[in-house]
Every structure is written in structure tokens, then in C-alpha cells.
Design a protein around this ligand. Structure first.
Ligand code: C2E
Ligand code: CA
Ligand code: CA
Length: 408
């Protein structure tokens, strides 16, 4: 069942009257009130321009007389007329990947394809994806960007906290690790997400302040979980500038010694772009961290930021397959091929693979089928405060059993 809000504004562009009416009726049955419909790309542009509110999703055929769907997509993006796009009756996945990249460049997202059978379930899935992409359940994402001064003040006042997103073994469902993700609890604005402040902290050259305070909190939590008999590892996102610090490994070892936890409980996530700053320093730091027993993980693999070439010089033992490859992979044979070859290559190199962005049972089973070792994503859990993890793990073991049984 979709959790969509009746407030969404939808545009349907379809030449064929019967198909147009079918889609509009399904959207109405789902409970949407604001549905516009037209039969050409040009009409779509004209109507949106005269409509008082921004359009959230445009459903359109690609193959149309006059302006085709690709041109429509470009106009919508360039003129910022809509937020996202769904393709009606389209099933060429190689072209879909190109269109997704094109849309991303234009600041739009492609939510998926309406199958020829026109089912309510399929359309609900597209609407659900809109919420995931646009994080609409988190309205703060859409507030004004915080200023540099506010960010510095927030840091000085310790307003940043650490949340955890569980990582589980795909073979068994076992919870054994988590990724630390920071959150800013602003006294007036509420929760602010890292994409709104990490780049600013990086630019100001002070992201290490945030990371170090986080590392102490993580060490304390790891100690606490150990005392409860739960040995897990935590992944920490390391910004590029931190790799320039040749003492990074030694400082991390001091922390693990102080809290009496082992080095292999800390996984450091890095991306390719990081190595660019000062390659010699970065490689020295990386080699020393590995030598001292920390685990290294290549983040966002499969995006422009991490690629095959990097693996040659990076002693990583884990490869994180980016969510843009994983989410919705079962619908896209091209992505499945890319995933399969990345997973196979990682295996040959003796690396574990983590599939990020596992949002549905279908995502889970495709990763399982392709031999991916670890899963992370909203299906398993959204990021949460440390004190909720144990209760989540109980709920998850029941849910995992059900997922497996339902599949049989
Ligand atoms: P990332 O390292 O790729 O982290 C994963 C992001 O994907 C997180 O976003 C997480 O909430 C989100 N995510 C997890 N599962 C799913 C899913 O199933 N579907 C979708 N659509 N998204 C999912 P978040 O927490 O907003 O963090 C964004 C980025 O900010 C992170 O991307 C990471 O690069 C950076 N970041 C977060 N915390 C820190 C930090 O403490 N230090 C540094 N240097 N960077 C951080
Ligand atoms: Ca990460
Ligand atoms: Ca990532």
C-alpha cells in the first residue's frame, strides 16, 4: 500500500485517450486529487507554466508525435517545471540508464516505468519512490540551507549527533555492523541532514572536528555493546582532508586502546575523489591504517567517484555498491549485469560487497542471487539513534524470517 499524500500534483502526458483515462483513474483510486492530463509534450509545458503550484511527478510516454518524451524531459528540467518523471510503457533498460543520467544532470529524478498492464500496485510503487527520492517525510530537507555561521555555531554547541544504519549478512540476515551517519539537531529547525552541512564543513577545513567527536561517541557505543555481549563493527565516513593527516592511524589506535575495543571494529569508508588531494600522503595514511588493523571500505562504488582503477592501489577489504545501482535493480537487466560483474570482481580480489539502498524485498533477493555478501538500506532499517538498535534487531529477526518464508 502506498503511503502517498493526496496533495501530490501529477501530470499525465499520453496521446491515447483510453490509456490516459486508465492512468488518471488509477491515480484517483489511490486517493490523489490534483491530476492534470494532456495529450502532447507542448500542452504539458504550457499547462504547467500556467499552473500556480509546482508539479511533483510527470508521467509521460517517450514515443509521441511532435515533442517526444526526451525533449519534454529536457524542457521540464531546464525550466524547473517538475521534480520527477515516470515513463509510460517503456522497457528499454539500456536507454533508461542514459535517461536517468540525463535527468540527474537536469536536476530531475526518474522514478520508474509504468508497465503495459497498468496496475495500481505498479503506480503506487512509483509514487512511493517519489517519497524516497525526495525525502518528503523529512520536511527539513526542504528548508533554507544553513549558513556557514550557523554550522560553525552548531559545531561549537555540540548539536551534531551520530545515528546508525544497520548492515546485515545477506545469507543469514545476521546483524553484525552499522554505518555511522551524522545528524544535526538544530534547536529551531529540527533535524538537518548531512548533505546540507558536510560539504560546507569540508570546504571550511573543519570536518575533522565533527568526525573526531563522532569517533569518540562511536568508540563509547562499541564498548557499551561489547559489555552487552554484542560485538559489532561501525563504519565511519572519512572526508578527503583527513587522509592528509599522516597521524590518523596512530590517533585512531589511541582511541581503540583507550576504549578497549579492537581495530577491526572500526571500518573507514573512503571514496576515490579523496585520493586526489595529496596522493602520496593519502596512500601513506591508508597503508598505515590497514597495517594497524583497521578495515577499509570503498564507498559509493559504481558512481563517478569510485571506480575500478582505484581498486588497484587501495587495500580495501570491502566494496560498497552505490544505491543508484542497487535500488530497483530487479527491474533493470543492465544494472543487474553491472552489479554481477562488480560482485564477481570483488570476490576475485578477496573483497566483501555491501549493497547500499536495499529498499525492497526484490532488491534484497537480486543481491542474494548475484552473490552480494552484505545488505544496507531502508528495507532493513533507516538510520536510527544508538539506543534503538537493540530493539530494532529483535524486530528485524522476526521480519527477516517472514521475508524468507514468504519467498518460499
Ligand atoms: P553515504 O555514505 O552514501 O551514506 C548513505 C546514505 O544513504 C545515508 O544518507 C543514508 O541515510 C542513505 N540511505 C540508506 N539506505 C537508503 C535506502 O535504502 N534508500 C535511499 N534512497 N537512501 C538510503 P545520509 O545520512 O543523508 O548521508 C548522506 C551522505 O552524507 C553520506 O552518504 C555520506 O557521504 C555523508 N555523511 C553522513 N554522515 C557523515 C559524517 O559523519 N561524516 C562525513 N564525512 N560524511 C558523512
Ligand atoms: Ca558511506
Ligand atoms: Ca555510500
Amino acid at each position: 500500500m502506498s503511503h502517498c499524500s493526496s496533495e501530490l500534483i501529477i501530470m499525465v502526458v499520453e496521446e491515447n485517450d483510453v490509456k490516459q483515462a486508465t492512468i488518471v483513474n488509477i491515480l484517483k483510486a489511490i486517493g490523489l486529487h490534483h491530476i492534470l492530463s494532456v495529450s502532447s509534450g507542448q500542452d504539458c509545458i504550457d499547462m504547467i507554466k500556467n499552473y500556480p503550484l509546482p508539479v511533483n511527478i510527470v508521467f509521460s510516454h517517450l514515443d509521441m508525435d511532435g515533442m517526444d518524451g526526451i525533449e519534454l524531459l529536457r524542457h521540464l528540467g531546464e525550466q524547473q517545471l517538475a521534480e520527477s518523471f515516470a515513463l509510460i510503457e517503456f522497457n528499454d533498460f539500456a536507454i533508461l540508464r542514459t535517461l536517468e543520467d540525463m535527468a540527474e544532470q537536469l536536476g530531475l529524478s526518474i522514478l520508474g516505468c509504468v508497465e503495459q498492464t497498468f496496475t495500481q500496485e505498479n503506480i503506487e510503487m512509483i509514487l512511493d519512490r517519489y517519497y524516497v527520492h525526495h525525502n518528503k517525510s523529512d520536511p527539513e530537507e526542504y528548508g533554507d540551507m544553513p549558513t556557514q555561521a550557523e554550522i560553525i555555531e552548531g559545531l561549537a554547541n555540540n548539536q551534531f549527533i551520530t545515528w546508525y544504519q544497520p548492515k546485515v549478512q545477506i545469507d543469514t540476515g545476521e546483524w553484525f555492523a552499522a554505518e555511522a551517519l551524522s545528524r544535526w539537531v538544530h534547536p529551531e529547525r529540527g533535524m538537518i541532514y548531512p548533505t546540507q552541512y558536510i560539504p560546507v564543513l569540508e570546504e571550511l577545513g573543519i570536518v575533522d572536528k565533527l568526525t573526531w567527536s563522532q569517533i569518540h561517541v562511536i568508540a563509547e557505543n562499541l564498548r557499551h555493546w561489547l559489555s552487552l555481549g554484542k560485538k559489532i563493527s561501525v563504519s565511519i565516513n572519512i572526508s578527503p582532508s583527513m587522509l592528509n593527516d599522516r597521524l590518523l592511524a596512530n590517533k585512531l589506535t589511541e582511541v581503540t586502546n583507550r576504549y578497549n575495543i579492537s581495530q577491526d571494529q572500526m571500518v573507514l569508508e573512503i571514496t576515490e575523489s579523496m585520493l586526489m588531494e595529496n596522493l602520496a600522503n593519502s596512500l601513506e595514511t591508508i597503508a598505515r591504517m590497514r597495517l594497524q588493523g583497521f578495515t577499509l571500505s570503498m564507498d559509493d562504488f559504481g558512481t563517478g567517484y569510485s571506480n575500478l582503477h582505484q581498486l588497484e592501489r587501495m587495500p580495501c577489504s570491502e566494496l560498497k555498491l552505490d544505491k543508484s545501482l542497487v535500488t530497483g535493480a530487479h527491474e533493470n537487466p543492465v544494472r543487474c549485469v553491472i552489479l554481477e560483474s562488480n560482485i564477481g570482481m570483488a570476490k576475485k580480489l578477496g573483497m566483501k560487497t555491501v549493497g547500499e539502498g536495499v529498499e525492497t524485498v526484490e532488491d534484497w533477493f537480486i543481491l542474494k542471487q548475484l552473490g552480494c555478501s552484505i545488505g544496507q538500506g531502508y528495507l532493513i532499517a533507516k538510520p536510527m539513534p544508538a539506543n534503538e538498535l537493540l530493539a530494532w534487531s529483535e524486530e528485524w529477526s522476526l521480519r527477516y524470517t517472514k521475508i524468507i518464508n514468504d519467498q518460499k
